[in-house]
Design a protein around this ligand. Structure first.
Ligand code: SF4
Length: 295
């Protein structure tokens, strides 16, 4: 596994050049995964992850509607061709029977589309067998960060439980996405552990989010520079040349209009959101850059 160590020591210029070449030869266009607005059971998560805003009773949580078939169908109607997917994110720490009931109600609408789920930790493999049989396309279990940092930021559940979830998901034959957050003070040895787990579980997609101190999160920001973000994205591309890389939340505050163009030449998929004010100049600019790049 030393190759991850070498990759993580690669300087920006070499990593960026190689990553852009790899993306060009292995991926066409830019896939979009639309994140559905709405919660399934509760708008507030019971876990205590310090880096997350969805476990606090603040405005954004309350504004989100309870997801139902008509909201989901409206979202499904928005996604055009199969290059686009949909993802239901429900901020729950653990899957339970009530959550599975809610998902079963929605699953009939999801038969024609590629719909993924980011819904918390399973009780056992049966949870994944249900989700697979309901017709959901994949399950997202973010590693969030390395165990050294995770242990300091989360007390409600262990990092090891995430590895158990990834193992059960693969055993159930359900596609697995995972990922991590940049900007929590991670160093090369931390990312090496994360890369090793992503490789070990042969994930079918890697999500990269960026730490953004929103919703009352009291943690230091700016622990990684925008150029260092690009270097890490490039290193990830080199480490996983054929695995879809999904650029997630917080990219606007880290990369902004200036560097997003380079990032789009490294990753092959982006999260988009319906409840984001698409009139916002930044999102329009992203669209123009995608068009300009011919994606
Ligand atoms: S389990 Fe997920 S949604 Fe809940 S607080 Fe942690 S990161 Fe946020």
């Amino acid at each position: 596994m030393d190759c991850f160590r070498e990759i993580l020591e690669m300087p920006s210029d070499i990593a960026l050049k190689l990553a852009i070449q790899i993306r060009k030869s292995n991926f066409l266009g830019m896939r979009q995964i639309r994140v559905v607005s709405g919660y399934l059971l509760s708008s507030k998560c019971s876990a205590d992850c310090k880096f997350c805003g969805w476990n606090r009773a603040v405005v954004p949580c309350e504004e989100r509607p309870k997801l139902n078939v008509s909201i989901l169908n409206a979202e499904l109607a928005e996604i055009g061709d199969q290059s686009q997917g949909l993802e239901i994110i429900n901020n729950t720490q653990r899957i339970d029977g009530r959550l599975l009931e809610e998902l079963q109600k929605l699953s009939f609408s999801c038969q024609q589309a590629r719909v993924g789920l980011n819904i918390g930790l399973p009780r056992d493999i049966d949870d994944f067998l249900f989700l697979r049989d309901f017709g959901f396309a994949y399950y997202v279990n973010d590693l969030e960060t390395a165990p050294r940092i995770f242990g300091k930021m989360v007390k409600s559940h262990d990092w090891a439980e995430k590895l158990v979830a990834m193992d059960l998901c693969k055993k159930a034959g359900l596609s697995l996405h995972s990922g991590f957050i940049l900007g929590l003070g991670e160093e090369n040895p931390d990312l090496e552990i994360v890369f090793q787990k992503l490789k070990q579980f042969q994930v079918d997609g890697i999500v990269i989010n960026f730490f953004t101190p929103v919703h009352g999160v009291d943690l230091p920001a700016g622990l990684i520079s925008p150029l260092e973000v690009l270097r890490r994205l490039a290193q990830l591309r080199i480490a996983f040349p054929n695995t879809p890389l999904v650029l997630g939340g917080g990219r606007k505050s880290y990369l902004g209009e200036g560097l997003i163009r380079i990032a789009f030449q490294i990753v092959d998929t982006i999260y988009t959101r319906s409840f984001l004010n698409h009139g916002n100049p930044y999102w329009l600019r992203e669209g123009e850059i995608l068009e300009d790049l011919g994606y």
